[in-house]
Design a protein around this ligand. Structure first.
Ligand code: GUN
Length: 288
């Protein structure tokens, strides 16, 4: 069996187009332009790349992008003061504080200082609680993008067995909640799970978000399973160059899975598209 390739880039392009149409409609009919504020503390190279591309996409769909780059030694009180200023600013509809934060900053305190209605990452404890209780919430962007692709490729998800590998607040836990809300039977596994291949072998859907390169082996999969690979890992090649790989051994998995996301070009592009969709939704909730 050769898996269908789930083209996240093409998916994201369609979603971005729809976001751009919404933005243009808001401008023309209401004179409103949604705004997204992104806060980066420190110089983490990967975060700098993510923040730059978030800013670019925001402008491309016609929204206002506000970027705040703060030094690594920023005091917690200074960061909290900026968040309060953004909470009160009516031109800012979405606030994203790029994670990870430098060690001296309390991540939970900072995230929970964001107005939940502007929490386009869906990380605030109120949004996490709403999602966990099956209520309308701002949903974290990566799991939301994964769910959209799963719905497209699997149709109705009810009754399917999903194994989510990874238990982070950003991906694993909200992904499991979303799949439960779709009436999947959900197993949350992680790097310490015993007999992981046995769990994976029973899964109709595998979402790998464990952050370890090529961790999930092709032979673990059930024939025809749908595989969503959230991992983005840079590995050294024998010739001194580096290569981006996911958490799944793609080359082996593609001969067994029914459908699979590539890395790069799978989940990644959907995350930003969902962030912008969340920002438009946040803007509409304020105004309508
Ligand atoms: N760091 C890695 N992924 C994310 C994300 O989705 N949002 C934020 N704020 N930080 C991240």
């Amino acid at each position: 069996m050769t898996a269908r390739i789930i083209d996240g880039k093409a998916f994201a392009a369609v979603l971005l187009e729809s976001v751009a149409e919404h933005v243009s409609h808001l401008k023309q009919t209401q004179g409103i332009t949604p705004g997204l504020a992104v806060v980066l503390v420190g110089e983490d190279p990967a975060s700098q790349v993510y923040v730059r591309s978030k800013g670019q996409r925001t402008v491309e769909v016609g929204m206002h992008s506000y970027e705040y780059r703060l030094p690594a030694d920023t005091l917690e009180a200074e960061l909290l003061a900026l968040i309060e200023q953004l909470n009160l600013d009516p031109s800012v509809n979405g606030i994203l504080v790029q994670l990870p934060l430098p060690q001296h900053l309390d991540e939970a305190l900072v995230i929970n200082a964001i107005d939940p209605s502007k929490d386009v990452d869906g990380f605030h404890i109120s949004n996490a609680g709403l999602l966990a209780t099956g209520q309308r919430a701002m949903v974290p962007c990566t799991p939301l993008g994964c769910l959209m692709m799963l719905r497209e490729y699997c149709g109705n998800l009810a009754g399917l067995h999903a194994v989510v590998i990874g238990r982070s607040n950003i991906v694993g836990k909200p992904m499991a909640q979303l799949l439960l809300n779709e009436s999947c039977t959900v197993t949350v596994a992680h790097s310490r799970t015993r007999n992981l291949p046995d769990f994976v072998n029973g899964a109709d859907i595998v979402v790998a978000a464990v952050g370890r390169p090529l961790f999930v082996k092709g032979e673990w999969l059930k024939t025809g399973a749908t595989v969503i690979d959230v991992g983005i890992n840079r590995i050294e090649q024998g010739d001194g160059t580096t290569r981006l790989v996911g958490d799944v051994d793609y080359d082996a998995a593609k001969d067994i899975a029914g459908a699979i996301t590539p890395v790069p070009g799978g989940v990644g592009p959907m995350t930003i598209a969902c962030l912008l969709a969340n920002t438009v939704a946040a803007c509409c909730r304020v105004h309508f």
